[in-house]
Write a protein that binds this ligand. Structure first.
Ligand code: GLU
Length: 303
């Protein structure tokens, strides 16, 4: 059930896989503008559950870069690496209620069935002494939701992604489960994030329903892409933000989001003024334009 609290709570949840780049600044800014415009609270979460993809020191440098750009969280930063107990409890509940099953299928087994696992149970023999992965038994059900910016969405999780992994055989937690457990734990009422995560939202809503958690409002914003059409976080060429010019960086990010750029002597002042006049209408309807992404504006100083 969507839930309409008096004080909205939003969040920015970066993965510490590198420095803050323009695309993540845009995501942080959009989540901030939306919730602060409504007088709400903004929280931070570091999604450090995938050590092989992480870059040492990047959580600290992302937090420092956010502070340089005037962002301050209205509460302690939550680190997903500290939250294994909560994820294990959620998995236990899904197991107890028959929604999760252990799986010893290898990648080769899955390739034979077109990669997606849709059987609702493991089709390989259990391997004694080897930890299984745990998968969600995906129901054959359309998940529908209304994206605040992109309108009505629906996905049949079983058809689209199948029985997705909740915990890998090597013990690493899946993003979808961790995200849902932590959005609920932090009391998040609105999730504003990049359009590439739209395809995750139905899985997250399904998990919320199975775990009796409330569903926040969702809004997916255009992605910043580089000149080759790559998402900036995936792009090797993603330029690092110049930490000496936070006001210019914020001005470019506001421009990307279609917002006017207020005059302000400090980054925090610019954020405050921009939140006061935030208008989401330039961000609507991108779902119908292909790709749902926009090139990053070039830095006038580097032309
Ligand atoms: N950690 C994810 C990322 O950096 C974002 C997750 C989310 O906003 O739900 O892409």
């Amino acid at each position: 059930m969507p839930h309409h609290p008096e004080i909205p709570i939003g969040r920015f949840a970066p993965s510490p896989t590198g420095e803050l780049h323009f695309g993540s600044l845009v995501a942080a800014l959009a989540s901030w503008l939306s919730v602060k415009h409504a007088g709400g609270r903004w929280l931070l979460r570091i999604e450090d559950i995938d050590p092989p993809r992480q870059v040492a020191g990047s959580a600290t440098s992302i937090l420092a870069a956010l502070a340089t750009h005037g962002f301050s969280a209205d509460g302690a930063v939550l680190y997903q690496s500290q939250r294994g107990g909560a994820y294990a409890a959620a998995l236990q509940r899904l197991r107890d209620e028959g929604h999760a099953f252990p799986c010893w299928c290898s990648r080769t087994d899955l390739e034979a069935s077109g990669v997606l696992h849709r059987d609702g149970h493991c089709v390989s023999p259990a391997i004694a002494g080897r930890e299984p992965a745990w998968r969600l038994h995906a129901p054959d059900l359309d998940i529908e939701f209304e994206d605040l910016l992109q309108g009505p969405q629906h996905q049949n999780v079983r058809t689209a992604v199948g029985d997705f992994v909740l915990r890998r055989a090597d013990g690493l937690w899946n993003y979808q489960l961790a995200c849902v457990v932590d959005d609920a734990f932090q009391g998040i009422t609105e999730v504003v994030r990049g359009y590439d995560l739209m395809e995750s939202t139905p899985r997250q809503i399904l998990l919320q329903q199975l775990l009796d958690l409330s569903t926040p409002a969702y809004a997916h914003i255009p992605l910043a892409i580089d000149a080759n059409g790559c998402k900036l976080s995936k792009s090797h060429a993603a330029p690092v933000l110049d930490m000496r010019s936070p006001l210019a960086n914020l001005a470019r990010a506001l421009g990307f989001l279609g917002q006017p750029v207020p005059d302000a002597p400090t980054a925090a002042g610019m954020l405050r003024r921009a939140a006061g006049r935030f208008d989401p209408s330039p961000l609507r309807g991108i779902a119908n334009s292909e790709p749902a992404a926009k090139p990053m504006p070039t830095d006038p100083a580097s032309r």
